[in-house]
Design a binder for this molecule. Structure first.
Ligand code: ADE
Ligand code: ZN
Length: 324
């Protein structure tokens, strides 16, 4: 039986497609592509998923992406995700992919994009789901590399809704990407950045002031800075919060300590998403379900969170009205 948390229509706004690579698919693609992985079984892959912080996760996440080689692989990965998302009540998805994770291994940008867009068309036909793709720059690399990626993306730019900024946050502040974000905006792309996941509240200010982002990914650490909370609330800035990720990466000790309801109470437009669900133990409905149970959220709070996901989406006003 479908429960309330899966049934309520929602938009997925913070989902890395590479983070939906389930161990079963990792092992199957390793065999299909004859790629050596340091795991003998699905159980060994799962056993490796014990993280101490963001970097300990990213090391395994980038290693896992090694099995993704062909257009068909990217199609199969995304198609499997869209099936899961549809079952979780996702009617609109704006998903990230990390082009540099693949181009740095010699996989052409076009191979990745063709595979993903084939799956998007399939999801629209099969599930009636609307999907947008956000290309995310890796912040541990330099800005020139991001510019090279923007150039590779040129033939696809009218099909991407925006750009994002992810990977190792601390030591890689938003301002490092000021010029490439300006160039991305000039090309008509929406802007998001991971900020305040592990990095300090100052990084959130910088994402707003320097990058001029339209949406903040995570943003949990805003709660340490009352003036920043007031600013984000005033601006109705969406924060795409990922409860199971926050626990898995030790940004919060347990779900019972999660700040999601305190964020709503403070007037923040917080939403709930899944980040890298194959690695963190659950997709979007499980994020809703488990944090709602741990924090004793009311139905009204859950409805607000789902509604905020549409308010934060890069939808036109007419499409948005149809979802509210
Ligand atoms: N890439 C994939 N998941 C991420 C996360 N939670 N933070 C930063 N970069 C990521
Ligand atoms: Zn993320």
């Amino acid at each position: 039986m479908t429960d309330f948390h899966a049934a309520i229509p929602k938009a997925e706004l913070h989902l890395h497609i590479e983070g939906t690579l389930e161990p079963e698919m990792m092992v199957a693609l390793a065999a299909r592509n004859r790629v050596a992985i340091p795991f003998a079984s699905v159980e060994e892959v799962r056993a490796a998923y014990r993280f101490t912080d963001l970097q300990s996760f990213l090391d395994i996440y980038y290693a896992g992406a090694e099995v993704l080689r062909t257009e068909e692989d990217f199609h199969d990965l995304a198609a499997a995700y869209f099936d899961r998302a549809a079952a979780d009540g996702v009617v609109h998805a704006e998903i990230f992919f990390d082009p540099q994770t693949h181009t740095h291994r010699g996989i052409p940008f076009d191979t990745v994009a063709r595979g993903l867009f084939a799956a998007v068309e399939g999801a629209q036909a099969k599930h009636g789901m609307t999907v947008e793709i956000i290309m995310s720059y890796l912040r541990h690399l330099d800005e020139d590399d991001a510019f090279a990626t923007l150039k590779l993306a040129e033939p696809w730019l009218d099909r991407f809704v925006g750009v994002g900024l992810d990977s190792s946050e601390v030591g890689n502040p938003p301002a490092k990407f000021a010029r490439v974000f300006a160039a991305s905006r000039e090309r008509g792309l929406k802007l998001c950045a991971h900020a305040g996941e592990e990095g300090p509240p100052a990084y959130i200010h910088e994402a707003l002031d320097v990058l001029k982002v339209d949406r903040i990914d995570h943003g949990n650490r805003a709660m340490e800075d009352p003036a920043l909370v007031a600013r984000l609330a005033r601006a109705a800035m969406t924060l795409t919060v990922c409860p199971l990720s926050n626990v898995a990466l030790r940004n919060v000790d347990t779900l019972a300590d999660h700040p999601i309801d305190r964020m709503l109470d403070a007037g923040l437009r917080a939403t709930i998403h899944s980040d890298d669900p194959a690695y963190f133990g659950g997709y979007i409905a499980e994020n809703f379900r488990s944090v709602a149970a741990a924090r004793n959220l009311s139905r009204a709070q859950v409805v607000t969170l789902a509604r905020n996901s549409f308010l934060g989406a890069f939808l036109t006003d007419a499409t948005l009205a149809g979802h509210l």
